[in-house]
Design a protein around this ligand. Structure first.
Ligand SMILES: Cc1cc2nc3c(=O)[nH]c(=O)nc-3n(C[C@H](O)[C@H](O)[C@H](O)COP(=O)(O)O)c2cc1C
Length: 182
């Protein structure tokens, strides 16, 4: 068992990353160090998945022209164009509702792990949905049996560095938490 002080140190770092993460849509144009990017990707790889199926793949895009093209897959994906890197979250294409739901949950967990690993390193992140599957598949070179479910844009925030947010724009804790019963 770890001594109490080590546990405390680890907990504070994680808590800072959780409190600092926010959706960042403007980036300062600098590329990310490969070690920084790799840690973000490794956070995704280490995420839990249903029955440990790991039915995911991650396509990393850093080329500016490719990012600009990718930003057109959905009306609200414009921030992808100016990102240092965007990670496409890819899952098997499936018409089975239960399977799709499981893939979505698994990818959601991978996305959050990535975003926290990013925040921990001062890197901003923002989701984007994918409306035009055909365009995403062509741009990313995906096989026919795969779908790009989400994009996670990454980069150093252009506006202000990530810092713990004291009063996040969220429903109050007492409103969302129900103890013992609803
Ligand atoms: C499932 C999901 C899909 C999202 N899709 C988009 C999107 O397509 N474009 C976008 O700009 N933000 C997208 N977002 C970001 C949300 O708008 C953001 O999480 C929310 O506004 C809270 O932002 P904050 O964490 O900075 O407070 C998405 C977030 C989630 C969880």
């Amino acid at each position: 068992m770890l001594p109490a002080r080590s546990c405390e140190a680890a907990r504070v770092e994680t808590w800072d990353a959780i409190r600092s993460r926010r959706n960042v849509r403007t980036f300062d144009g600098r590329p990310l160090d490969e070690t920084v990017l790799e840690r973000i990707l490794d956070a995704a790889r280490r995420s839990p998945s249903s029955m440990n199926q790991q039915a995911w793949d991650f396509v990393v895009v850093t080329d500016r022209a490719a990012l600009q093209a990718l930003s057109k897959v959905w009306t609200h994906a414009g921030h992808v164009a100016g990102s240092a890197a965007t990670i496409a979250l890819v899952a098997p294409a499936s018409s089975d509702a239960d399977e799709r739901e499981t893939f979505q949950f698994d990818l959601g967990q991978a996305a959050m792990s990535m975003m926290l690993a990013a925040a921990d390193q001062g890197v901003g992140s923002c989701h984007a949905a994918v409306a035009d599957q055909g365009m995403a598949r062509a741009l990313l070179g995906l096989p026919e049996d795969r779908e790009c479910m989400w994009l996670i844009a990454l980069g150093v925030p252009a506006d202000r560095p990530l810092r713990p947010i004291e009063h996040p724009n969220r429903r109050p804790l007492h409103d969302v938490v129900h103890r013992e019963r609803w």
